[in-house]
Design a binder for this molecule. Sequence first.
Ligand code: ACM
Length: 511
Amino acid sequence: MLPLVTSITENSGYFLLGTHTAIGADDPATQPAARLLASYLQTALGAAPPIRDAGSIVLELGSTGSENPEAYRLTVVPDRVTLRAPRPDGLLRAIQSLRHMLPAEALRPASGSRDWKLNAVDITDEPDLAWRGVMLDVARHFFDKAEILRLLDLIAFHQLNVLHLHLTDDQGWRVPIDPYPRLIEVGSVRRAAHEGEPGIPPGRASGPAHRGAYSHADLAEIVAFAAERGILVVPEIDMPGHVQAAVAAYPELGIDPAPVPEVWPRWGINDLLLNPTDTVAEFFENVLAELMRIFPSPYIHIGGDECPTDRWAQDPQIVTRAAALGLADVSRLHGWFMGRMARFVKARGRIPVGWDELAGADPGTVVMAWNTGAGIAVRAAEAGHPVVLAPSDRVYFDLYQSPSGEPRAQKGVITLADAYSFDPRAGRWGADLRDSVLGAQCQLWTEYVSDRDQLDYMLFPRLCAFAERAWSGGAADFDAFQTRLLPHLERLEALGVAFRLLDGAEPQTGK
Ligand code: ACM
């Protein structure tokens, strides 16, 4: 199994899954899980099995001896499969483990009408970390609803439970905010930029013109599809930097309204920040209010990363404003602005999340720790912030996967072994700061990822390594992981995932 389960006992005999199989779910609270299981088994069997009060695959709520909200027990004996969990989310995890136990061929769409053997086992399982996330940047390159639904199903297959959508950045704004239609009309379209154009240094070309945005209906469908799989969709609006698309749409949000900037057709860190005034803060509070109507997630991500404040420091009005607010210097306006956004989110009963730059801005904000240097993550935890570990030297899957022969990617290398060496319980995270670790998250920034095949190539199999570290905990045995990975890659192949081949592996053909 991948991720590795907590305990497994293999018994003799097998259960025969076939068109005669019915799902038994007599408790209404198990019905959503039963419907999800039926939809997966439709792929394997050619027809969805009926859901009845009694059946040979039984879903039931009840104790498994663990308090973990996602714990489950999966028992296969020759005449019955039992999925038991204290909470419905545990049933959803048991369903994914059941899929892992099927032959890989049973995962292939339209695998046809036939019987499949499930070997007799008794599994008990639960995750180590509560937040097991994947971030997808849909601002640099847009991935439409169909691609997000496909990714959600792959996330679920790996027992991950958070999809963090990075919805806005300098290069694009992808979420409709009713009071401000130009955020989409202007902010979701980026002109083509090519190496050698004025202002585009060599190596900074950002490819062809690009556009895309979700509708409210798309986002409702994404949220519902995720919830069916026990996945939370956490939306992010990045601010007060990474905002050039918003400023292109509404120039009054920026420091200097003339000349109006365009949606940024380049990559890199931008020194264009919001003007930190009350009016601009209110605009972004209105954005967050609308975001909270669209996304029911208890967590709302407010960004906060990479804000060089030089242009603030050069603006006399902003210098005066910082002084009037009693701030020691203009750089403190970042904390002022982010603290206000965090309080706005909290006042509406949600929990703010931000990148580690906003540690200290507001206690209670979840800090997503991406910077690896100078003990930033530890200091955030010491200051009382819950932490989601997202270190850029282990779980940034936009970096190269090997030192040579790779398609263009972000500078730096994270091999599969590097990804698997990520230990969210290392050092103090497993000791005095253990309770500060809300979870862990891998990131896919998409400057160099523009389509599904590239997305698959960058995420898989590194995401498999991350998923196991986040779910299974314990000591990392990379050799044992690689042994489990081989049959798992057959599953991914059956699911149509264009994963990167393991080093030394022959390309698979015609399977
Ligand atoms: C980040 O990588 N700027 C969070």
